[in-house]
Design a protein around this ligand. Structure first.
Ligand code: PGA
Length: 254
């Protein structure tokens, strides 16, 4: 059985405490959950050092779609791995909307990341207009099918984050029912695209210590991708505790 995943996406921010303090606070979460931290690129090695022998994974927030070469400003997945990274967030909605990443680009990044030994955390999610128009499901399927087509062969294990754009950084969280529904759609689509896939689906979008327990109670939710509330262990740790409490009871991850 795979562990639930609690993933910190610091974005272009640093936590209010030192890396050492942050890691120390997260160390005593129960082993039922896996913790991962994605700092900005220049801090990968420093965070790796702060993690030391703790059971905490390191990730990056983006990567290039190529292995190496004349791509000024880009960072190859193999370089992230060399800095101690295990995960890479791909296709975050901020990358999609602010930096023009398409499903095709995202799929190529997934392919390169997997080739270079990183585990992608593939983000999908609908915007508010799409949800209001009642076609969130169609968009999710389009994102998954488009990304998968460009990625080619998908690995046997994958992490997908469902992040409704209207919930990211807005304080508006998806209800547990909306999230569970979207997760079921994602799981169903992926089982068609990659039979036999071991899939963990994270929820992301204004996760807080206050709403973490009710979201965690949904068996479809296998972890969280946390932005704002991952910038202090005061908030991030209780989210992990809520996830661990639910993981200890009814969680099913296949
Ligand atoms: P948020 O961000 O928790 O601040 O809403 C989540 C994310 O964008 O990954």
């Amino acid at each position: 059985m795979m562990r639930s995943l609690l993933f910190a996406n610091w974005k272009m921010n640093l936590p209010e405490e030192s890396f050492q303090e942050f890691v120390a606070a997260m160390r005593d979460l129960p082993p039922a959950i896996e913790v991962a931290i994605a700092p900005p690129f220049p801090f990968l090695s420093e965070v790796r050092e702060a993690i030391g022998s703790a059971d905490i994974a390191l990730g990056a927030q983006n990567c290039a779609e190529k292995g190496s070469g004349a791509f000024t400003g880009e960072v190859a997945p193999s370089m992230i791995r060399r800095a101690g990274g295990r995960y890479v967030i791909i296709g975050h909605s901020e990358r999609r909307t602010l930096f023009g990443e398409t499903d095709e680009v995202i799929g190529r990044k997934i392919r390169q990341a997997v080739n270079d030994g990183l585990a992608p955390v593939w983000c999908v999610g609908e915007d508010e207009k799409t949800r209001e128009a009642g076609v969130a499901e169609v968009l999710l399927e389009t994102q998954l099918r488009g990304g998968a087509a460009a990625a080619g062969e998908l690995p046997a294990e994958l992490v997908i984050a469902y992040e409704p754009v209207w919930a990211i950084g807005t304080g508006k969280t998806a209800t547990p029912e909306i999230a569970a529904d979207a997760h079921r759609i994602i799981r169903r689509t992926m089982s068609q695209l990659r039979p036999g896939l071991t899939l963990r689906i994270l929820y992301g979008g204004s996760v807080t210590p206050e709403n973490a327990a009710s979201l965690s109670a949904q068996e479809e939710i296998n972890g969280f991708l946390v932005g704002g509330a991952s910038l202090t262990s005061r908030k991030f740790k209780p989210i992990g505790a809520a996830l661990a409490a639910a993981a200890g009871s009814t969680k099913k991850v296949d």
